[in-house]
Structure formats: C-alpha cells, structure tokens
Design a protein around this ligand. Structure first.
Ligand SMILES: C[S@@+](CC[C@H](N)C(=O)[O-])C[C@H]1O[C@@H](n2cnc3c(N)ncnc32)[C@H](O)[C@@H]1O
Length: 274
C-alpha cells in the first residue's frame, strides 16, 4: 500500500514538475542556477565524500537507540557503521543543495534535526565560518561518532546536542534561539514532523527557509509535507524530488512548484504554457 502510494505520488510529482526553462521569476531563476542545479565543485565536497568512503569500509557494530519512524531496512539495535552511513546519511546531490542554500541566502543560524554521522552537518557548516550550525542527535553512540567525525574537519561553528528532538527544541525555544535555515531530517512520520514544524514556529526568523527530507518516504510524510506547504505563513514551496523546501519570507514570489532538471523533460523548453 505504502509502496503503491509512493509510486503514484512520485509519478504525479514528475507529471507536474517544471524544468528550469519554465521558470521566469528572477528570484527563482537565481535559486535554480545558484542552489538547485549548481554544479560548481568545492574542495570541501571531496573531503566530506572521502570521509563517507572511509566510513563505508567500517563494519564495526554499535548499539543504536531508535526513535519513532526508524530505518526501513534494519530492525536490529546493533548496526554497522557502514550500514548507518548507507541507510541514513544524506547523499551528495541533496547535501550540495543544503550547502548552496546556506551560501546563496547567507544563512547565519542553522538548525539540523538528525545529525546522524555528521555528513549533512558538514555541508551546512562549510560555506561560512560566520554561520553557526546547531545539530541534534538522540542516539548517544551515533552522537559520539558524529562528534569524532566533525572534529576531524576542525569546524568551530557547530554545536551538537545529544537529546530527543522535542526536548531539544523546547530548550532552544527557552534560550530564545532564532534560526534562518532549518533542516528536518529524522523521525519521518506525519505526527512527529507536524509537531516539530509547530514547535519550531517560535524559533525561526521571518525569512527562514525550512527543508524537509524524504517527503515521499511514506504516505504520512507526503501528507504532512502537503499540509505544511499549504500553511498561510508559507510564501513559497519547491519540491526537488524527495527534498521539500519552504520559504517563509513574505517578499518571496508566491509560487509552489515541483522542479526537475531539463534533461528529465527535454521537450519542455519553455515555449508553451503548462
Ligand atoms: C536520516 S538521519 C539524519 C541524516 C543527516 N541529517 C545527514 O544529513 O546525513 C536521522 C537521524 O535522526 C536521529 N533521530 C531520529 N528521530 C529522533 C528523535 N526523535 N530525536 C533525536 N534524534 C532522532 C536518528 O538517530 C538518525 O541518526
């Protein structure tokens, strides 16, 4: 049921999606060129991908504490580092979108729900040493590994918190923390995602960008993504396959769209209205 639902939703995404040729607003044209399909290579990408390759060879077993909607591929509480990496760490094509969001929009205060091994955290912290990344991970052993991995890069703009997401968010709210980029990447269920979105309302800036991963992961994830993007406070939303991006800034052109590279729909050269 869940698989069939996902297939239908992905087919619908593809059918509705536009290509860069069909985007005319200067704001979104810049977004596409600088963020969505920016292929410039940065040295730090090699370093992070090198760390990933190294972790992929590590078959040491560690005890993991699973929270809510956990891994779809493994129910055991002992997992190898290599399987944690391959099942949960963000792939490069999505991680570089995070990197370019921070760089292009000059995000200064960044929050990540779900550190895992610190791969997404590294991409978020790399564009500017002036930014501050706060990242939350509930599992103590995964947290230890992430701390070790991130120390290797020598970042001094990352704060790691070992706590359950809701507790950690409540603490951040009581510290009056304000974030301009939030990446929600853990506990993929309707209820949990809606709860985090609601709790985070009091700690994001007026022009915040919120990124939700795995929006086609399950029926619940797709429904909560559709609900969030239709909230009145959301100015614009973009679906880039399973990455959902919303923009809260009221000055953003009001637009909700799904985006694929030109090569996925080569006949869409923007000559005809949709
Ligand atoms: C998909 S992984 C995150 C991947 C990471 N953001 C990246 O870019 O590589 C999700 C992580 O969130 C953690 N997690 C899930 N639910 C949680 C919760 N309710 N509280 C704290 N941590 C949680 C898991 O232990 C897991 O390591």
């Amino acid at each position: 049921m869940s698989k069939l639902y996902t297939v239908i939703k992905v087919a619908r995404f593809y059918w509705d999606a536009i290509t860069p040729y069909q985007v005319h607003s200067p704001f979104f044209y810049a977004f596409i060129k600088e963020v969505a399909f920016n292929n410039k290579h940065y040295y730090i990408f090699d370093k992070i991908e090198h760390l990933k390759n190294h972790l992929k060879q590590n078959h040491e077993l560690i005890e993991v504490k699973d929270f809510g909607a956990g891994s779809k591929v493994n129910d055991s509480n002992k997992r190898s580092i290599s399987s944690i990496l391959t099942s949960a760490a963000i792939p490069h094509n999505k991680a570089k979108v995070l990197f370019h969001l921070v760089r292009h929009f000059g995000c200064k205060q960044i929050l990540e729900l779900g550190t895992n091994l610190g791969i997404g955290t590294s991409y978020l912290a790399s564009p500017s040493s002036q930014s501050q990344v706060t990242s939350i991970e509930g599992c103590p052993n995964i947290f230890k590994l992430a701390t070790h991995n991130l120390n290797q890069f020598g970042f001094n703009n990352i704060r790691l918190i070992n706590d359950e997401f809701s507790n950690a968010i409540e603490n951040l709210v009581s510290e009056n923390a304000v974030f301009d980029l939030i990446f929600i990447d853990g506990n993929h269920s309707y209820d949990a995602t809606w709860k985090y979105y609601s709790l985070l309302k009091s700690c994001h800036s007026n022009n915040a960008i919120i990124v939700i991963d795995d929006i086609f992961w399950s029926k619940g994830m797709n429904e909560v993504w559709q609900k969030i993007r239709s909230q009145k406070e959301v100015a614009a939303s973009i679906e880039m396959f399973d990455l959902g991006i919303i923009m809260m800034d009221k000055n953003t052109p009001k637009k909700h769209f799904s985006l694929v590279p030109y090569l996925w729909k080569p006949w869409k050269i923007g000559l005809f209205p949709k």
